[in-house]
Ligand binder design. Structure first.
Ligand code: G1P
Length: 268
């Protein structure tokens, strides 16, 4: 059973500076709720019981957001609707554990901070830049994992000109919406991309990944890349499937993408 999730939030938000300088984008609203709350809801609905939020000292405000604020609660104690609005944060808090990543060495390094925390064979990894609405993507991936007993990545066919912004997968077989992956490359040049299927930020990974992350070399953009460690895990014999998910992908990783996503979600 998949009951643990890792959500890396320690990134510097460089693509959205200066807006992210003091206020992390994960707490920005997307419709009526924050980006992060959308992901927590997805986790809850997918049966996740323990969530590791990876933050840094610069992003302590995320921890504060979930902490009980006695002074505020005293001040609004007669306003039942306001109390109800913040009590939901306490519900999330029960499942959350904060982990610190204080050196910005990339996504692979962030995930590796949880190496001693994962108990069962596989766990869920969610990237908060990628919001998927209309259908619970984590649940879809868990279902593919149950059927194929494999590591599973959310994937979507993209235009060839965008391959160098994503991790791209190669595959040997495609049956309905499930691909048998045989190669993973981080942000390839168009000429080196094994396909146009991009990894979108939902992963079910075997905890053996930590063995490869611990000895991973610096990859693209001078960072430790989870995609490189996944490729090593694949070569060691782990089965990887791609799941062409049914929901709608909203790219909240750039300012233009975020603005478009907000329009798409509207007041939802
Ligand atoms: C990360 C991953 C990449 C993946 C992408 C999805 O890249 O490294 O493989 O395709 O997320 O959004 P980043 O967006 O952090 O550059």
């Amino acid at each position: 059973m998949i009951t643990q999730a890792i959500i890396p939030l320690a990134g510097l938000g460089t693509r959205m500076l200066p807006l992210t300088k003091a206020f992390p984008k994960e707490l920005w609203p997307l419709g009526k709720i924050s980006i992060l709350e959308r992901i927590l809801i997805e986790c809850n609905e997918a049966g996740i019981k323990e969530i590791f939020l990876i933050i840094s000292k610069r992003k302590n405000i995320i921890k504060e957001y979930f902490e009980k604020d006695y002074e505020l609660e005293k001040k609004i104690s007669k306003d039942a609707s306001a109390i109800k609005k913040i009590s939901i944060l306490q519900e999330y808090r029960k499942k959350i554990k904060f982990i610190y990543q204080n050196s910005a060495k990339g996504l692979g390094d962030a995930v590796n901070t949880c190496r001693k925390k994962i108990k069962s064979d596989h766990f869920l990894l969610i990237l908060p830049d990628d919001i998927i609405i209309d259908k619970n993507c984590s649940r879809e991936l868990i279902s593919v994992h149950k059927t194929h007993k494999s590591s599973v990545l959310a994937t979507k066919k993209i235009k060839k000109e965008y391959v160098s912004r994503y991790g791209i997968l190669g595959f040997s077989k495609k049956k309905k919406d499930v691909l048998d992956i045989n190669k993973l490359v981080e942000k390839p040049k168009i000429s080196e991309a094994p396909s146009s299927y991009a990894i979108i930020g939902r992963y079910i990974l075997n905890k053996k990944i930590f063995k490869f992350l611990s000895k991973a070399k610096i990859g693209k953009l001078g960072e430790i890349q989870i995609t490189d460690a996944m490729n090593d895990l694949l070569l060691s014999g782990e089965r990887f499937n791609g799941c062409i998910f049914k929901g709608k992908y909203l790219d909240c990783g750039t300012l233009d993408g975020y603005i478009k996503s907000f329009k798409e979600v509207g007041a939802k």
